[in-house]
Write a protein that binds this ligand. Structure first.
Ligand SMILES: [Zn+2]
Length: 371
């Protein structure tokens, strides 16, 4: 393909809204794959790109191509590429590492200054008609999963958090007979974004006893997804976490996806002895200082007294994407109707501006569809 130009959705720092821009597609090298993007999913993380500043731009670029969730079809492969063929359905991973990291764990690259995240900071995203990519950053997806392919990226975040938690849990592979109930770990998931919902579906495959905390009524579009699932949904705007703590609600495993520091401080006291909490979203605002000091002291005391672990888990590497593909097939078998409710909108590329007008309470994972 001669230096062709394609349409992309970009954000320029300082401008109020995203715009369409023609960008060049680089010449395909022998170890690269040309991908025709077919779907791009937009989440709250993408809306935060609206506040983009110069520091988050890719090198030698005055704009950022948006979109960190996508699926596409392989259009052409370089002569050295073995694992992909034209027509393959693929999903790109998000993190681009320092170029020396182990393939499967680019999400754990220690060089935070050298690694970048497509469509978020330092590397262009996927809201463009074609892109050239290294095979190590592409994951093959069975064609029957095409409708749900944009769920693989948020599901991979759940996969990584769950795998990290399982590994951490190896430290106590025993159960106390005094408390047979706890052989099945009580598991809490907080937050009703795509990652929270998919973490709930993933962990339900493991047979954990599930509780979901959200800040919506039980008949809301988001919480309604759980209606026919075997779990307890609690609207924490109606029932206080302090009250739940007093009534003995305790969790062995917590998956926190809100990133709200004040909320996190209320949730962590619900950790049981030996519990592991995985924080999966970056806390964005500072909690009130006065309250924090008291809560932190108590939290730290619990942490030591009850042998607890709080662990951070962000993004996901290739291995997490690959298990997301396997588990998505299982989730489709069990929760196909619920999965359809996560993808709330399908918007043609030409109407991309509609995406940014959607009410975030209604739009869980809107998807831009390329023709
Ligand atoms: Zn690295």
């Amino acid at each position: 393909m001669k230096s062709r130009r394609v349409r992309s959705i970009v954000k320029v720092p300082g401008t109020s809204s995203p715009e369409i821009r023609d960008i060049p597609v680089p010449q395909l090298e022998e170890d690269e794959v040309l991908v025709r993007i077919t779907q791009v999913g937009f989440t709250r993380r993408d809306r935060l790109v609206m506040q983009l500043d110069e520091r988050s731009l890719p090198e030698v670029s005055d704009f950022l191509v948006m979109g960190h969730i996508a699926a596409g079809r392989v259009a052409e492969t370089g002569s050295m590429v073995k694992d992909f063929e034209p027509g393959d359905l693929v999903v790109p991973t998000v993190r681009r590492d320092c170029e020396h990291c182990i393939d499967a764990r680019s999400d754990m690259c220690v060089h935070l200054d050298l690694s970048t995240n497509c469509g978020i900071n330092g590397s262009h995203g996927f809201a463009r008609e074609f892109m050239v990519e290294k095979p190590r950053y592409l994951v093959k997806v069975p064609p029957e999963l095409e409708e749900f392919a944009t769920l693989i990226t948020p599901l991979s975040v759940a996969e990584k958090a769950h795998m990290e938690l399982i590994e951490t849990r190896q430290r106590y592979n025993f159960f106390c007979y005094h408390d047979e109930d706890k052989v099945i770990p009580n598991t809490l998931i907080t937050g009703l974004g795509p990652v929270g919902i998919l973490t709930t579906m993933l962990t339900s495959l493991y047979g954990y006893r599930l509780t979901v905390f959200g800040r919506r009524e039980a008949d809301d579009k988001r919480s309604g997804i759980f209606e026919h699932m075997d779990l307890e949904y609690i609207n924490t705007t109606r029932i206080s976490t302090e009250g739940l703590e007093e009534r003995g609600h305790r969790f062995r495993q917590i998956f926190e996806t809100t990133g709200d520091p004040g909320y996190i401080m209320k949730i962590l006291p619900l950790m049981d002895a030996n519990a592991v909490s995985v924080l999966m979203a970056i806390p964005e605002t500072e909690p009130e200082e006065h309250q924090t000091n008291l809560q932190t002291a108590r939290l730290l005391r619990n942490l030591v007294e009850k042998n607890q672990i709080i662990l951070g888990s962000l993004k996901s590497g290739r291995d997490a994407f690959e298990s997301a593909v396997i588990h998505l097939e299982e989730i489709v078998n069990t929760y196909e109707e619920q999965l359809k409710q996560i993808i709330t909108h399908r918007i043609p590329f030409d109407d991309f501006e509609e995406l940014f007008k959607l009410d975030s309470r209604e739009a869980i994972l809107p998807v831009l569809v390329f023709d």
